[in-house]
Design a protein around this ligand. Structure first.
Ligand code: NDP
Length: 312
């Protein structure tokens, strides 16, 4: 074990990374934690979290993450900002390089880089992102007061976004590509009960109308079965179609599944490289909950602690 290297390097500050930091710090491992482009992770883009145990009245996502961060720092975690660009796991200690040239050596690496919102890959997406097109209702919803809003997707994310956006929009149209929801029943029912939401089934978004000057002005939809195209007017389009794991850095280095999620041993956060652990959404495409991410962050820290003890 290198004494110059950090005992524990954690990438990511969502519930997984920060829970790992709390546990590692309380084990006197002085973890160094790097936050990337979305400090606090996906919960910072959500509003009420009603299913995180311990908060009977619910808690706002950003507030929950702020508390987790303070808790991690209280026990001696160091939290820095930086974009990891390269990892070398072929020799020990491991080396992680960050944008700007900084290199960090670590005896264990905990990967908690999470997942990012998916987009549809439409031609005009890049041009219109931030100009009426968004993947984050809580970030951008307030810009569209009393306007027509469209949400794409039929899962819990889309339902949550659509419901939230009724606080602002004149009307919210939720566009599903199938004739059924993927969302949980309770979320679907909330949507149906909300008079400001209109559900449109069997339609795919195929083009975005508008330009950067006037913002989004409409959406072109194509019927899933007939291929018939229609145009609808709207000022905003929100994507709620799921996520992909942030694992580009580990391609060819760590084992991952066909969707890019890191593979860990059963009942463990251990990856195929000893001393490298993965926790949270970066390895979980099944549950994807804050509480399960936090749970696996705890597991990763305990496994890292045991691994370090064995090496000594
Ligand atoms: P999901 O994968 O569950 O749902 C994605 C939705 O987007 C599906 O309806 C899917 O359609 C649709 N979709 C995907 N690709 C396209 C496309 N190219 N065009 C049109 N529609 C598309 O993702 P979520 O982010 O909704 O949820 C992920 C997980 O997080 C789930 O386990 C969910 O329960 C959980 N979650 C829980 C919340 C809560 O409890 N508060 C809030 C948000 C998420 P189709 O059904 O046809 O595949």
């Amino acid at each position: 074990m290198s004494t110059e290297a950090k005992n524990v390097l954690i990438l990511g500050t969502g519930p997984a990374g920060l829970t790992a930091a709390v546990y590692a710090a309380r084990a006197n491992l002085e973890p160094l934690v790097y936050q990337g482009p979305e400090p606090g992770g996906q919960l910072t883009t959500t509003t009420d979290v009603e299913n995180f145990p311990g908060f009977s009245e619910g808690i706002m996502g950003p507030d929950l993450m702020e508390e987790m961060r303070k808790q991690a720092e209280r026990f001696g975690s160091e939290i820095k900002t930086g974009w990891a660009t390269k990892v070398d796991l072929s020799s020990r200690p491991f080396t992680v390089s960050f944008e700007g040239g900084e290199e960090v050596k670590a005896n264990t690496l905990l990967i908690a880089t999470g997942a990012t919102a998916k987009t549809l890959g439409l031609e005009r997406e890049k041009e219109m992102m931030g100009f009426g097109l968004s993947t984050c209702a809580t970030c951008d919803g307030a810009f569209f007061r009393d306007q027509e809003i469209v949400v794409i997707g039929g899962g819990d994310s889309a339902c949550e976004e659509a419901t939230f956006l009724t606080k602002f929009g004149k009307r919210v149209r939720l566009i599903l590509r199938r004739d059924a929801f993927r969302a949980s029943k309770i979320m679907e029912e909330r949507v149906h009960k909300n008079e400001k939401i209109e559900v449109i089934y069997n339609q795919n978004l195929v083009d975005i109308l508008g330009d950067r000057k006037s913002g989004v002005t409409g959406a072109v939809l194509e019927h899933s079965d007939t291929g018939e195209k229609t145009e609808i007017e709207c000022a905003a389009i929100f994507y709620g179609i799921g996520h992909h794991p942030n694992t580009e850095l580990f391609k060819g280095v760590l084992e991952m599944d066909e969707n890019g999620y890191l593979i860990t041993r059963p009942d463990s956060t251990q990856t195929n490289v000893e001393g490298v652990f993965a926790c949270g959404d970066v390895k979980d495409h099944v549950f994807r909950q804050a509480i399960t991410a936090a749970g696996s962050g705890c597991m990763a820290a305990i496994e890292a602690e045991r691994y370090l003890a064995e090496q000594e």
